[in-house]
Design a binder for this molecule. Sequence first.
Ligand code: NAD
Ligand code: ISE
Length: 334
Amino acid sequence: MTLRVGVIGTGNIGADHVRRIAAGIAGAVVSAVTDVDTARAEEVGRSVGATVCADGRALIAAAEVDAVIIASPSKTHAALTLACISAGKPVLCEKPLAPTTKECIEVLDAEVALGRRLVQVGFMRRYDSGYRAVKAALTDGLIGQPLILHNVHRNPTVPASFSSDMTITDAIIHEIDTTRWLLGEEIVSAQVIPPAPTPLAHPHLQDPQFVVFRTERGLLSTVECFVNCQYGYDVRCELVGSTGTASLVNPVVAAVTLEGADRAAVPADWRVRFGAAYHAELQDWVNGLLNGVVRGPNAWDGYAATRVAQAGVESATSGERVALDSIPKPALYA
Ligand code: NAD
Ligand code: ISE
């Protein structure tokens, strides 16, 4: 059987997913696309022979769509995910599941009422070989007891439309998920501490941002997120344990030895750095669906990450540490 995938939003990541599925994901084809920018949808659709649907709802309802990828802006995610659940179609929703916990709870409620899991959230770092090696070092007992996780997340630049809240809800949300996943426990508080700002960011933006998360067992996870670092896309992570540390190694994309020095190129953007992880995420999603299961990061993970991000936004405003509460975890996500 071939899984027929419909993609909503053919911008940066949507077009990337379309290309990736067409070029090398076994067992799947892109059968339909849609975008409010119709010319863009037509161009991307034409490149892979996919139908262009009028809007997200038409795509979700289309007979030629078995499963949906949502790659439109974050504020559209919850409503489109709810429409997929109503239609009984599996959905890979890009992160975040929604910018607010209220919307995430609506998605949880709808899935629980349906009684089966259809939603996967695009936390693709869980599929990155570097992050997996860090996790394996911990679970294999190589570094003793986990104590502190240090994270760095740098983008060369962002557009003027990118806000300080989005640094937390759209960028740091990746570190929130990797913290929960690597350490296997929930985050219980968040504090945002603003460093001196770079002169090279748009004036409305606090950049960089620095956050300290504390987990249930008192572990710390720190995140420096700098979205105008200029020099490239740089994601780092070091897990400090009681007997050693495990670190993510930034993959070398090209190296030049010249004039007595080695120069290793930094990835240009997330497409380059995490290309293999996006591939693994999509292939695992398709393989699972062909066997009737959704097994990646689920709607609970989406809710759990957004509630922490929302606390971060609150802390950025107040300057205070924000303690988190949580709704009970439904049995569907046990
Ligand atoms: P983008 O602006 O490049 O693309 C979004 C596209 O959606 C645009 O073409 C826009 O015209 C279209 N669009 C807007 N409203 C729509 C609607 N209602 N229906 C259909 N199409 C609509 O943005 P992007 O960088 O591709 O990000 C899209 C989403 O993917 C965001 O939620 C972002 O957080 C997520 N993302 C995830 C990763 C990752 O590493 N997992 C990387 C990049 C982006
Ligand atoms: C973007 O939306 C992503 O998800 C990238 O992975 C992340 O690095 C970037 O900061 C976000 O804006």
